[in-house]
Design a protein around this ligand. Structure first.
Ligand SMILES: NC(=O)C1=CN([C@@H]2O[C@H](COP(=O)(O)OP(=O)(O)OC[C@H]3O[C@@H](n4cnc5c(N)ncnc54)[C@H](O)[C@@H]3O)[C@@H](O)[C@H]2O)C=CC1
Ligand SMILES: O=C(CO)COP(=O)(O)O
Length: 335
């Protein structure tokens, strides 16, 4: 298979490495010219994926015409979610209007700011001529740093065409990366995006030196909120018990690799959000997703108390201990 990865961040690179080792031909498009030089010259990017050298066979470009000439059968969308629309807008129509193109696989996890749209909706907006069944999402517990080291994990690929999903499972799977399939695209996307907010909350709890009980309670009530939003957006409730739901939530909220958890830890220790973000080269999607989901929950009148408190801590300077106290002393209710 010829596979193009649009986005050479940590995850785009780790997936490209995996797919290259699975025997596919890979061309990566990277936005940042300095990163592109590094990738071309050293086949590595220590800023985003330290101590990993990518297979020699992988090629890199920042020219979409080169991607068109490569004629990929699969295109992976791996830019941070807030840059997905602007990246798609820069691509020529001829990249998407080709009979060879089998699938477009989004691997970003977020909800677009301002429009409050899920990423499949952003893709449909920008590529209205693309057959809807070609749009898929890959999600689940998968820190790039671990996948690049071939540490076993399982993830899920979602879309509406089961035959295509079965085929994509074979493209991505190997002995350390096992891919399940799921027809609930919206549920898989919501789980992957919203768990980042709960991971920030988990970081705050670690930063405050609270306990394991607190984390268990947060993850359990967190998945209830994620599921509530998902159901309102027509997702299936059981998807949130799967890899893109509780699976990715547990991993992200407890992992030292997680950028979202890191932001939370630093907030819990008393640092300001603007200072934390100014020092980060990598993306913490949960920061923007918090605002998007907070606004979405208000628009849809869905109760998401943890998301509301994370929003107040990040954007209204609420003191984290006060936010937790307010959550703990809400009106008592049935589970
Ligand atoms: N890193 C990970 O372990 C995983 C990341 N993801 C998701 O993958 C997506 C990409 O994240 P990472 O690969 O971690 O990114 P990263 O944090 O490693 O790197 C940021 C990337 O954004 C690019 N960028 C910056 N400004 C841009 C612009 N204006 N237009 C286009 N690209 C721009 C940079 O050039 C760089 O490639 C996110 O949605 C993330 O949640 C999903 C699973 C695992
Ligand atoms: O989605 C991820 C792991 O599955 C990555 O999480 P972070 O963006 O918090 O590092």
């Amino acid at each position: 298979m010829r596979i193009a990865t649009l986005g050479g961040g940590g995850w785009g690179l780790a997936l490209s490495s995996l797919l290259s080792e699975n025997g596919h031909q890979i061309l990566v498009w990277e936005y940042n010219p300095e990163y592109l030089i590094l990738l071309k010259e050293t086949h590595s990017n220590p800023h985003l994926l330290p101590n990993i050298t990518l297979p020699e066979e992988i090629c890199f470009t920042n020219d979409f015409q080169e991607i068109v000439a490569f004629s990929p059968e699969i295109i992976i969308l791996a830019t941070p979610s807030q840059f997905l629309r602007s990246t798609l807008q820069k691509t020529p129509v001829s990249l998407w209007n080709r009979p060879e193109l089998l699938a477009v696989v989004n691997v970003a996890k977020g909800i677009e700011e301002n429009t409050l749209k899920t990423l499949d909706a952003v893709i449909k907006d920008e590529l209205p001529f693309l057959e809807e069944q070609k749009i898929c999402a890959l999600s689940g517990p998968s820190h790039a740093e671990e996948v690049a080291r071939k540490i076993p994990t399982t993830v899920v690929i979602a879309g509406s065409d089961e035959d295509l999903l079965c085929y994509l499972q074979t493209v991505f799977s190997n002995s350390y990366f096992r891919v399940y399939r799921n027809l609930d695209l919206i549920g898989v996307e919501i789980g992957g995006a919203v768990k980042n907010i709960i991971a920030i909350a988990a970081g705050i709890i670690y930063g405050l030196d609270f306990g394991d009980n607190t984390i268990g309670a947060l993850l359990t009530r967190g998945i209830v909120e994620i599921q509530r939003l998902g159901i309102a957006l027509k997702a299936l409730p059981e998807t949130f018990l799967g890899l893109s739901g509780i699976g990715d939530l547990i991993t992200t909220a407890t992992s030292l690799h997680s950028r979202n958890r890191f932001v939370g830890v630093e907030i819990g220790k008393g640092r300001k959000l603007s200072d934390i973000l100014a020092q980060m080269e990598m993306v913490a999607e949960g920061v923007t997703t918090t605002r998007s989901v907070y606004l979405l929950s208000r628009k849809l009148r869905i109760e998401m108390p943890i998301v509301e408190k994370v929003y107040q801590v990040l954007y209204e300077d609420k003191e984290p201990r006060k936010a937790i106290l307010e959550l703990m002393t809400r009106e008592l209710k049935a589970e």
